[in-house]
Design a protein around this ligand. Sequence first.
Ligand SMILES: NC(=O)c1ccc[n+]([C@@H]2O[C@H](COP(=O)([O-])OP(=O)(O)OC[C@H]3O[C@@H](n4cnc5c(N)ncnc54)[C@H](OP(=O)(O)O)[C@@H]3O)[C@@H](O)[C@H]2O)c1
Length: 348
Amino acid sequence: MAETTTEPTDRPVRWGFLATGKIARKVATDLALVPGAELVAVGSRSQDSADSFAATYGGPSTRAHGSYEALVADPDVEVVYIASPHALHLEHARMAFEAGKHVLCEKPLAVTVAEAEEMVALAAQHDRFLMEAMWTACHPVVRAVASGLREGRFGAPRHLHAELGFVVDAGPEDRLLDPALGAGAMLDMGIYPLTVAHLLLGEADSLAATATLSESGIDLDIAVAGRYPGGALATMTASMTSWSSRAATIATDRGRIDLADFHHPTRATWTAYDAGGTNDRSGAAEPEEIVGEEPVIGEGYGNEVAEVGRCLRAGLRESPLVPHSQTLTIMRQMEAVLASVGVTYSAG
Ligand SMILES: NC(=O)c1ccc[n+]([C@@H]2O[C@H](COP(=O)([O-])OP(=O)(O)OC[C@H]3O[C@@H](n4cnc5c(N)ncnc54)[C@H](OP(=O)(O)O)[C@@H]3O)[C@@H](O)[C@H]2O)c1
């Protein structure tokens, strides 16, 4: 990783938001809670949206630009947060890099592996920071579970189950249903179970999937079974047609970890079945809360904003929590799994 400190370490990180949709609003709400992070500008395809976003989430000096070009050209913007639909991420990241900005880009980084690799190459070519906005990997509780598993505190993981889905009630032009904008349950939701399995079990040895497709050829529902290092197994689902529990369970040879809202855990517990190592299955211990080493900032988006700031002030070009290699591994997994069920996207 290249290390070139370009800014004084005590200077606030100056953010520019590209797009004003649902996720941009949530991340802006959390950004306001992060010490040393400042929303200096927002760019939208519409001046009205930019004005109203700046008025709601910015301070008195936050600038509102009526185009993405004007946002990336703003000399005060240091890092651009890309919150547009996935199919446009590469185009918007290229724009930001060419203007000399660092980039935090919403998940998935792109629609195809080829596009994601191009984005990583562009970051290197322009010597800029790039991170996929995989907030789950920055979440203190997910990090605590991952480090506990690595240290053997919870025994050896044998089976992970994670499911994420909600009923998408939107018109065909919505980004969640429009194939041209990268629609599909895997890219939108399935990325989370795959990422959590990767963070907690390691890189998958094999994955197999089955899916139900829409008439337009996108995956509405998808189920993936994976085999991970040490023979641990995972079952993972994503759905745009049903209300899932949004829970994950990791069963180990000593007990069970339960995560509520697993992609940004609102509760995580460890229930030991064999605390004394006697293989006594007569009764489980009381669930024990798993807490992170750092507080959760806002809904958890604040922790990814803080991580970008930490990296930028340390002169890093990628985050150790969301390294490019991890993002590309998950992109390759999604592309292979989708191809196996008959879903392909053309590179943008
Ligand atoms: N991390 C998370 O928890 C999370 C949650 C939801 C979504 N996401 C990701 O964030 C991205 C955006 O999702 P979202 O739910 O915020 O979507 P959204 O509400 O539809 O907003 C997308 C925004 O992108 C801009 N845009 C530019 N070109 C567009 C086009 N051709 N069609 C539609 N919008 C266009 C628009 O902003 P302007 O009108 O201001 O230009 C629009 O408001 C996706 O990649 C998604 O996967 C992440």
